[in-house]
Design a binder for this molecule. Structure first.
Ligand code: OFO
Length: 174
């Protein structure tokens, strides 16, 4: 049975994961508009992954006899100054989400909720990958600078990212 405080915190995390999905979908639209289809592909898959993260928590709440309460989603930004700006913001966003997961883990420890603590370990590991995936693209974009051939090559590379189920691994980098 879920403690009320934990139920509320998990519901808040569902909202954060859905907002993440919304942000990445907005970034996908932005990249489609720039004809950077590989970047757009990477972002669309990231948006799907975030939706999967939300659903993982959704299912867990019911498994533990709790209730899901969906909340309003904030509108995401729609414009970024450059691909580097978008990926830097992704990286910062993932660091913020990692902090939220850490807070959930702290709460689970405080209230001795071992089942939720155990459930959250998947997210702790996932956030290591999420930060690394975004940061690797940030570093590539820094190296590329304003070299359009480099940007073209990276766009082709990001086009290779496959959805998790097809990639057969958890998270699937680019
Ligand atoms: Fe759900 O990991 Fe990103 O935000």
């Amino acid at each position: 049975m879920l403690n009320e405080k934990m139920e509320a915190a998990l519901n808040k995390q569902i909202n954060a994961e859905l907002y993440s999905s919304y942000v990445y979908l907005a970034m996908a639209a932005h990249f489609h508009g720039l004809n950077l289809e590989g970047f757009a592909n990477w972002m669309r898959i990231q948006a799907q992954e975030e939706n999967m993260h939300a659903m993982k928590i959704f299912d867990f709440i019911y498994e533990r006899g709790g209730n899901v309460r969906l909340m309003a989603l904030e509108a995401p930004p729609n414009e970024w100054d450059s691909p580097l700006d978008a990926f830097q913001q992704s990286y910062e966003h993932e660091r913020k989400i990692s902090g939220m997961i850490d807070e959930l883990v702290n709460l689970a420890l405080d209230i001795k909720d071992h089942a939720t603590w155990n459930f959250l370990q998947w997210f702790v590991a996932e956030q290591v990958e999420e930060e690394d995936n975004a940061n690797r693209v940030v570093e590539n974009l820094k190296l590329i600078g304003d070299n359009s051939a480099g940007l073209f090559m990276l766009d082709r590379e990001l086009a290779q990212r496959q959805p998790e189920a097809e990639a057969g691994e958890d998270g699937g980098g680019e």
